[in-house]
Structure formats: structure tokens, C-alpha cells
Design a protein around this ligand. Structure first.
Ligand SMILES: [Zn+2]
Length: 233
């Protein structure tokens, strides 16, 4: 087999290696947790902490109401005990009881708001948990598929590496060096076919004299993009 044909085969191997590596890196990227999953988990965390704080506010308010009720009750007991005779003390007691009753109405309104808030927060937490469960299920399904894909790509890349190792010693060192130089400069494509009279790398016309040499098996580079040209057949 001619040097140019060997080089063309090497290019085929290298192009596939590049392609498979790109696919593999996309798979590795997809194996990371998705934004959707991270957001779904964050939503649950937020819902848990919101519910905890509204429950805690409700508990604090409940304690305040209980304290108020005890104060009010003890003053009422004293008022109706018949032991307080002093009119000033009686009217003070009455005023205090009335003021506690007004305060209680305010607290009841607050309690109502908090009960609604706790209900809403519980609903949101349940919705967030179910959304996370669904998102996670979809992600897990993808993972199984990605794992297989990764395995197939890794196997193929291993095989390509072996083929490359066999091919490289068959190519003259100087030519291989030239190939490596061009492949670095020309985004991974160093050897291209002639398409009638055009370079299939840069699509420009190749002079007739050059075409003739290519077809005679000479190692000719495109005058425009420097890629090595391979005869049509
Ligand atoms: Zn070209």
C-alpha cells in the first residue's frame, strides 16, 4: 500500500478518534446532575425551611396566646371572687381584662394567617417533593442509557488506539511529521481527497499540474490550505 493511502487511513482513524472523544465528553457532561435536578432539589430545600419557619412562628404565637389566656383567666377569677372591694382596683382589673381581650383578637387574626401559611407551605412542599421524584426518575433513566453509551465509546476508542499504533510504524517519519504539523494547524484534518479538480478541505480549485502529480502518487499539498491531497482513486 502506498504511503499516501496509509496516511489517508491514518486520517480516517484520527478523525473517528476526534469524533468519538467529542461524543464521550458530551456523555461525561450529561452524567453530571442536570440543572433541572439541582433546581428541583433546591425547591424542596426551600419548601422545607419555609414550612419550618411558619410552623415555628405558629408555635410561638400559640404559646403567647396560652400565656395571655392564663393571665386573663386569673384576673377574671380575681374580679369575680368577691375579694376585691376597692373600686379603683376593680376598675383596673376590668380595664386589664378588656385590654387582654383586644390583644387576643389581634393574635387570633395572626393565628389565622399563620394557619393558612402553614397549609400553603405544606402543599408547596408536597408538590416540590413530587416534582423532585419525577425529575430524579427521568434522570436515572438517562443515566442507564448514558452508561451504556460511555462503555461503547470507550471500547471503540480503545480499538481505534490499537489500529493507530499498528498504522503509524508503516508511515515514513518525515511524512508523519508533516501530517502532525498540518493536523494541528488545520483543525484535525490533514489529508483530503481531490474532488475532480477541487480540494475537499478548502473547496478551492487545484491547478491541473498539481492534480497530475497527485494522480501520479506524489505527496502534494493544497496550495491554499496545505492539506495533503489524495487521488480520487
Ligand atoms: Zn485546500
Amino acid at each position: 500500500m502506498s504511503q499516501i493511502q496509509l496516511l489517508y487511513q491514518l486520517q480516517g482513524i484520527d478523525s473517528e478518534i476526534q469524533e468519538k472523544k467529542k461524543l464521550l465528553s458530551a456523555v461525561l457532561q450529561a452524567q453530571k446532575e442536570t440543572t433541572a435536578l439541582l433546581q428541583a432539589r433546591k425547591r424542596v430545600e426551600t419548601a422545607v425551611s419555609t414550612l419550618a419557619s411558619s410552623q415555628s412562628a405558629k408555635k410561638t404565637l400559640r404559646q403567647e396566646m396560652d400565656t395571655l389566656d392564663r393571665n386573663k383567666k386569673s384576673r377574671e377569677q380575681r374580679l369575680y371572687s368577691g375579694n376585691v372591694k376597692n373600686p379603683k382596683e376593680l376598675s383596673d382589673l376590668q380595664n386589664k381584662i378588656e385590654s387582654l381581650a383586644r390583644r387576643r383578637t389581634v393574635l387570633e387574626d395572626g393565628m389565622l394567617d399563620l394557619m393558612i401559611a402553614v397549609d400553603d407551605d405544606e402543599e408547596e412542599l408536597a408538590a416540590a417533593r413530587s416534582h423532585l421524584k419525577e425529575t430524579n426518575r427521568a434522570w436515572q433513566e438517562d443515566q442507564a442509557e448514558l452508561k451504556q453509551k460511555k462503555h461503547r465509546l470507550a471500547l471503540r476508542l480503545h480499538k481505534l488506539g490499537q489500529e493507530r499504533e499498528k498504522k503509524v510504524p508503516l508511515i515514513e517519519a518525515a511524512l508523519l511529521k508533516k501530517y502532525d504539523r498540518i493536523i494541528t494547524r488545520q483543525k484535525g484534518l490533514a489529508v483530503v481527497r481531490l474532488q475532480v479538480d477541487r480540494c475537499s478541505g478548502c473547496q478551492l480549485n487545484v491547478p491541473a499540474q498539481q492534480i497530475k502529480k497527485v494522480n501520479e502518487g506524489e505527496i502534494i499539498q493544497c496550495h491554499n490550505c496545505s492539506r495533503i491531497l489524495v487521488p480520487v482513486r
